[in-house]
Design a protein around this ligand. Sequence first.
Ligand code: HEM
Length: 446
Amino acid sequence: MTPLVAPNNRLNLPDGPRLESNAVARMWMERPVEFWEELGARYGDVCTVELGSIGTTVLFSHPDAVRQIFGLPTSSYECRPYNDYYKFVMGERSILLADGASHRRMRSLVLPSLQPRSFDRQLDDFQPLIDATCESWPRDVVFSPRLSLHLLSLRMILGIVFGSGLNPTAQKIADVFANEIYVDLGSLSAWTRFVHRKPLLREFIAAEAEARRATGSTERACLFDALIHGRDEAGNSLSHEEISDHIFTMLVAGVDTTAIALSWALYWIYDNPDVLGRLQRELGEGGRSSANLPFLNAVCLETLRMYPVVATPTGRKLLVDTEIQERQYAAGTTLLPCTHLVHRRADLFPEPDRFMPERFLDREYGSHEFFPFGGGARSCIGAVLAPVEMRIVLARIVESGRLTPAHTGPVKPVRHGTLIAPSESYQFIAREPQPAASTTTSEARA
Ligand code: HEM
């Protein structure tokens, strides 16, 4: 890190690199993991950076600080300034851009549809989607499964949102993604293409909303129905624009995250023969009850610990002076827990750089120690659904016994938009499947 400037408003803030905010933003985007590790090594549990347009940001990697930040009253901070750049993709009315009462209302509208009692019956639809994904892989040549995992993740979320992946509007949206948006995954290009296709997707969603309203049904069988029957602060029905923005938010927040988590999980499983063997044994033990795939669950958690796909929770920009760990932070400062640094603390996770799923069998971690889905009032609304999706997909792929790693070099964590994904060297070879997969969806879902 090259020291450049000394910000003059740093007197009461923790120390940090004297770098111009654009230089920090560049490192944050271009080599995020190395940059955080350098900050942690040099400044310890807390440091201050000037982070691009976000401004003065304090990065925390002590679990006690994380607990305090997650517990702050929502009236003491706002998140819109931190999430502002999402408005072009998700839309002005996205939950990510809301604060206060409006944010609470949006969460209470969508959260019930993302609980197991709501999405459970849609999980059976996943099996054919996973099989079709595996079938799409070329045989006996080096390839990357990543794009196919993004399309799979998209189809799973569409099934949850529309109540069935077979819904014609869900299928039309999936086709637009398959043919025009997910044609490659290069940096931000897929989401740039998405922004161009938003008017068409809005038309699809508006027509679906009209059709559902016309039935007069009051059933809330899926997230789309919940939005149709939802009300804004004034008690009015949501506009088509608002419904679209909520659905775009689910797609943007829920598709790439889950796909990249799956990509990392396959990397760790196939690069650790002991882990693969233990997983195969667990999956091979027939007659297991749904709660009894603890090692598979631990593999998912350890995957999310090693390289948290969403590298930090949402930054909280203080509206009032606030004390964290006996230090006062002035209004206007952004507080940001660093998930990567907390997840690599040796005092919490011995041998932190080793992939060891057993650690999650031996110990329960607090929500301030292990938090791949963030925490507090802004925690991820897909935090229950995503691990279920991961378990179902991984069980099916591992049982089919198709993949062998064939990386073309060291696999490193790199940016995929705002997320942390495996580098391009991440490659596999797929073989013909082995017969008789035994684990059913119901065993992997719980
Ligand atoms: C492995 C997959 C996923 C990971 C690692 C992940 C992680 C996260 C994280 C770290 C946050 C910020 C939380 C905070 O600020 O405290 C977040 C927010 C969010 N996530 Fe996820 N997520 C995943 C999947 C999903 C899915 C499947 C959905 C939708 C169905 C979803 C929807 C959202 C939404 C809407 C927010 C914003 C919540 C708010 O601001 O109130 N995520 N996610």
